[in-house]
Design a protein around this ligand. Structure first.
Ligand code: SAH
Ligand code: SF4
Ligand code: F3S
Length: 452
């Protein structure tokens, strides 16, 4: 009897960590001869890699799951898996809520998908949410891009920001060794990748759990040291990293970014609030003055550096005046991009217990006002690109215009220009910018202009 290969479908919610985990889980499934499918309605195995950072992210998962649970009632051969942060947060409770589920697995177990799946196929309902030491992955991830790749450098987070579920669901910090990281990057280069993004929830914490100190008494393996260590991997043209924490961000790191030509001049440093009282209530460990000093120092070394961040409005007890301080910070700094969110109380976090919660109306009003300012400032920041020549690393075809390709500037601005994707994919092309919008650019490739 011949059987057709089983097809799997993964939908990923949430941050870059989840995207990286999904790519590794897809790699594991393909090593087990599953074939990728875009259609969750016909796949034999459906995996939702979930996010619980805000309530709306979590609710989305339940609506997707409801549909699959129904499908499974008529088609019991479907394997249904919830992975990621909702899985970790809810654990067994998820099985009670959706009894059709075959497996609930937390993010620390992503690399164990193969073993866990064996237990499922043996007829068990599996819950894998206990904290473990993350094992190095030996399977090759199935990466969505052929040009840019994520590289985890530190898992987990030891901070205790009072609004945030991440430490609960991602566990304590665990740094990979510089050797393992470099080996992965070398492998990516051999496969033709051109850009890597080093990932950590608090990437400045990299190495503080690894042994060794320098004669000056600092940790031997810091993010800065890691950048020097991986910088010369041949074939890799660009290096990025995220997410930076203002509490631990150092001038030494800024100097390294300036000194190392492959490290892109883009910094993603969430500030969350522009008000010192609110920052304190959030337990962020810095003031808005310190945040401003960091950005000033970056701009002293690299005047053109792109700066992006995350911010939360409507944190418990935030007054109109305190919110104004956030607006003022955004006005003063001029971010290239800012991810904004209304505060969402999360189970198991301190701030969710406080009795000074704000109304949804106040939160959404502040969110709108902030977003308005963000778009204005981003459009202003885009202006500086007009008529300039920017190096664009081509990633793909413009999905909205097949005659155009798209890529990113070193500052991470999405850029479109006319060209042939088959010839340009993975190339860095000088592009003269002719049109600027708040969050993207359009231009003409100079090398193409010259060859006419
Ligand atoms: N590690 C990163 C952020 C991780 S979560 C850091 O320290 O900045 C990504 C973003 O989601 C956060 O920066 C924050 O802006 C937002 N966020 C986290 N918890 C939230 C909550 N309870 N409500 C609203 N936004 C939240
Ligand atoms: Fe959450 Fe704070 Fe850790 Fe970022 S640093 S993941 S906001 S606890
Ligand atoms: Fe969401 Fe988990 Fe990332 S909660 S933001 S997917 S770490």
């Amino acid at each position: 009897m011949t059987t057709s290969p089983r097809r799997y479908h993964i939908t990923t919610f949430g941050c870059q960590m989840n995207k990286a985990d999904s790519e590794r889980m897809a790699g594991i499934l393909e090593s087990l001869d599953y074939q990728q499918s875009d259609n969750p309605e016909t796949a034999d195995l459906v995996l939702y890699n979930t996010c619980t950072i805000r309530d709306n992210a979590e609710q989305k998962v339940y609506s997707y799951l409801g549909r699959q649970a129904k499908r499974k009632q008529t088609n019991p051969n479907v394997t249904l898996i919830v992975a990621g942060c909702v899985a970790q947060q809810e654990g067994e409770a998820l099985l009670r809520r959706v009894p059709e589920l075959d497996m609930v697995m937390g993010p620390q177990h992503a690399n164990r998908l193969g073993d866990l799946l064996e237990q499922v196929l043996a007829g068990n309902q599996v819950v894998a949410t206990e904290p473990i030491h993350i094992i190095e992955d030996i399977t090759k991830p199935r990466r969505d891009s052929k040009v840019t790749a994520w590289v985890n450098v530190i898992y987990g987070c030891n901070e205790r920001c009072t609004y945030c579920v991440v430490p609960n669901v991602r566990g304590t910090e665990q740094s990979r060794t510089p050797e393992a990281i470099r080996a992965e990057i070398e492998d990516l280069a051999r496969q033709g990748y051109k850009e890597i993004t080093l990932l950590g929830q608090n990437i400045d914490a990299y190495g503080r759990d690894l042994p060794g100190t320098t004669p000056e008494g600092r940790h031997k393996h810091t993010l800065t040291d890691l950048l020097y260590y991986v910088h010369d991997v041949p074939g890799i043209d660009r290096i990025r990293f995220a997410t930076s924490h203002p509490r631990y961000f150092t001038e030494r790191l800024i100097r390294a970014c300036q000194e190392l030509p492959k490290v892109c001049e883009h910094f993603h440093i969430p500030f969350q609030s522009g008000d010192n009282e609110v920052l304190k209530a959030m337990s962020r460990g810095y003031t808005h003055e310190k945040y401003r000093r960091i950005i000033n120092t970056i701009r002293q070394y690299m005047p053109d550096a792109a700066i992006s961040a995350d911010a939360i409005v409507g944190f418990p007890g935030e007054t109109e005046e305190q919110f104004q301080n956030t607006l003022k910070l955004v006005e003063d700094i001029g971010f290239d991009q800012l991810n904004t969110a209304a505060y969402s109380p999360r189970p198991g976090t301190p701030a969710a217990q406080w009795d000074n919660q704000l109304s949804e109306e106040v939160k959404s009003d502040r969110l709108q006002r902030l977003n308005h300012l963000v778009a204005q400032k981003a459009a202003d920041r885009s202006q500086r690109y007009l008529d300039r020549v920017e190096d664009v690393l081509v990633e793909d075809r413009n999905p909205k215009n097949p005659h155009q390709v798209m890529g990113r500037t070193r500052g991470n601005r999405l850029t479109f220009f006319e060209g042939d994707i088959d010839r340009l994919k993975g190339q860095t092309v000088p592009v003269k910018i002719a049109e600027v919008r708040a969050f993207s650019l359009t231009g003409t490739a100079l090398s193409l202009v010259e060859s006419r």
